[in-house]
Design a protein around this ligand. Structure first.
Ligand SMILES: O=C(O)CCC(=O)C(=O)O
Length: 299
């Protein structure tokens, strides 16, 4: 945790997330950790941009699956699977970040549970693309064509997909994530359905070490500026009670194929390791129960 960190108390964090659909914590990580993560993310991004890492988000496609053979031609806006064992020592550094006690304590506060109920999910990276572009407005797990009734059916199902999702910036000045505060609680207006947010949208500005936690069904989009460095870790952590409904959202990214091969010995033999092993075990159990999950959204 950084000397300047001021993690609000758990009830304040939760209230902000529930009311606004997002909450920002400044300087969660110490500058030395941010610096080593920034160096490692730059390395994996160079590999991915050169077509040497098969798990990428390619420009021109918003949702999985992505075709890695297009990485060099079209460019990338994300690098997937930072804890994948094939990334060697870098994956150990990313695991140390994913299971970082300060970060997990915020996840626990937002999920209102202890570490024994957390589930390992995703750790990806969002990067600046070679040309500026924007994702369309979306909710991560509700198709855009849904009726207002269908939207509300999902949004009001209490705790149906308990998980928490974050963007943690390693560079200064990341303003790519744009959200409509409070829109995780209601159906879209007619204007919003046409993509007009009526000026209600807010850019979540992050400097290095800052993190935004957000409800993935808030109305949001990414707006990307070429040439402005973005190295933003994009992670999620689940709660064991939400595992059934989270299975598709998490497993559609392919994590089930390699997570058993992760070596968490880099976390030592203490509490952090125990937490990580437990979280992985619950992810594997979710995978076994889910079978073939398909994809959440098309496009
Ligand atoms: O770039 C971002 O921060 C938003 C990404 C996003 O909306 C998504 O992955 O669905």
């Amino acid at each position: 945790m950084s000397d300047q960190t001021q993690i609000p108390d758990p009830s304040t964090l939760l209230r902000q997330l529930q009311t606004d659909g997002y909450v920002i914590i400044r300087s969660l990580l110490p500058p030395e950790l941010v610096a080593s993560l920034l160096a490692a993310t730059r390395e994996v991004t160079s590999l991915a941009r050169a077509g040497k890492w098969p798990h990428v988000r390619t420009v021109g496609k918003q949702f999985p699956p992505w075709d890695a053979s297009l990485a060099v031609r079209d460019g990338i806006w994300g690098v997937q699977h930072l804890m994948h064992p094939s990334l060697g020592p870098r994956s150990a550094l990313f695991a140390q970040l994913y299971f970082n006690p300060a970060l997990l304590s915020v996840c626990s506060a937002l999920l209102q549970c202890g570490p024994e109920e957390l589930v390992m999910e995703l750790l990806n990276l969002l990067v600046d693309p070679p040309k500026s572009f924007a994702l369309s407005w979306h909710r991560d797990d509700i198709p855009w064509e849904s009726t207002a009734e269908q939207e509300m059916e999902v949004l009001s199902r209490k705790g149906y997909d308990r998980h928490t999702q974050y963007n943690l910036s390693l560079a200064d000045g990341d303003e790519s994530l744009v959200v409509v505060p409070g829109s995780h609680l209601r159906a879209r207006t007619e204007e919003e359905r046409r993509g007009d947010m009526g000026g209600k949208e807010v850019r979540a500005r992050l400097d290095s070490g800052d993190v935004v936690f957000y409800d993935n069904n808030i109305l949001h989009r990414g707006v990307y500026e070429a040439g402005r460095e973005r190295m933003t870790l994009h992670g999620s952590v689940g709660h064991v009670d939400g595992a059934k409904s989270r299975a598709r959202n998490v497993l559609q990214h392919g994590i089930g194929e390699w997570v058993e091969g992760c070596d968490f010995s880099c976390l030592g033999d203490g509490e952090q390791r125990e937490t990580a092993e437990g979280m992985r075990k619950r992810l594997l159990e979710m995978g076994k129960e889910a079978g073939d999950v398909g994809y959440s959204l098309q496009g």
